[in-house]
Design a protein around this ligand. Structure first.
Ligand code: OAD
Length: 252
């Protein structure tokens, strides 16, 4: 099921037009054409150039807070400069045409789905544009006051020295409260699941395709490369998010 035909696209469009519930899971490839690098693509992916344990774990942050903070500050700038691509916009328009039908679940920490009209996206891995405390700060100064008023990278609580960190989920950390449960429910209930731009290497997000498949949904993957969860798909569309999503979603 690796090569798709015009008939596969037509079949998927019919399913998306008539589905009661649709669930879409996106990963870093979704935003690649907006200029945000993926993690595992050879050469361009972050984890082909940087050590994830240094940059995406609490231990790495504690070992060198300034280096990690600066890396996220640069990524934040990239996210702020980026614009939603044709794939984000096609998903946003589909959701507006069919209120209540689509649950969009993302592993991405950018805000491009939100800016494309999917305001209620379930964000499994947090939000890179948000700050949070490393520890529960007993003094609880407001984060705006701290990051605005305290010099230093990363900003610190002026009373206890507690550090501010980016609001993303690092390796070994819990997902945001309730997000995975809501995503599993959506995967279980949907008639069609689209999986876009993820390698399927990170759990529990990668397990959502299997939940949908086992519950009887039609599962279609959009990815120019093979992924680790292709065996869960009825159809693999070998193309990019910005190229394929408008073809399957526009006008349905
Ligand atoms: P990966 O970098 O692991 O995978 C990106 C996938 O996108 C690959 O399978 C690519 O083939 C595909 N891809 C590349 N360009 C594409 C395009 N234009 N259109 C569609 N697909 C394209 O990214 P994720 O699967 O999202 O964790 O990685 C999962 C998690 O691992 C991330 O959320 C991140 C990372 O560590 C956190 O931030 C917590």
């Amino acid at each position: 099921m690796t090569q798709h035909t015009d008939r596969d696209i037509a079949d998927l469009r019919t399913r998306l037009a008539t589905a009661r519930k649709v669930c879409v899971l996106t990963g870093a490839g979704m935003s690649a054409e907006s200029g945000i690098p993926t993690f595992r693509d050879a050469q361009t992916g972050y984890w082909s150039r940087f050590d994830p344990m240094q940059l995406a774990s609490e231990a790495g942050f504690r070992a060198d807070p300034r280096m990690v903070w600066d890396w996220y500050a640069e990524r934040r700038e990239g996210v702020r400069r980026a614009q939603p691509n044709a794939g984000h916009l096609a998903l946003g328009a589909y959701a507006q045409r069919h209120p209540g039908r689509l649950t969009l679940v993302t592993q991405n920490v950018d805000d491009l789905h939100q800016r494309a009209g999917n305001g209620d996206t379930l964000r499994l891995h947090g939000d890179i544009l948000l700050d949070r405390w490393l520890e529960r700060c007993t003094h609880q100064p407001s984060l705006t006051d701290v990051s605005g008023a305290v010099p230093g990278r990363p900003p610190k609580c002026p009373h206890c020295g507690n550090l501010v960190r980016p609001g993303v989920v690092w390796f070994g950390e819990m997902l945001p409260d309730g997000a995975m449960e809501a995503a599993q429910q959506a995967a279980f209930e949907c008639d069609v699941m689209l999986v876009v731009g993820t390698s399927g290497a990170v759990w529990p997000a990668a397990g959502l395709a299997q939940v949908a498949h086992e519950a009887g949904a039609h599962v279609a993957i959009v990815n120019p490369q093979p992924s680790e969860i292709d065996d869960q798909a009825h159809l693999c569309l070998r193309g990019t998010a910005a190229g394929v999503l408008p073809r399957v979603l526009d006008g349905v």
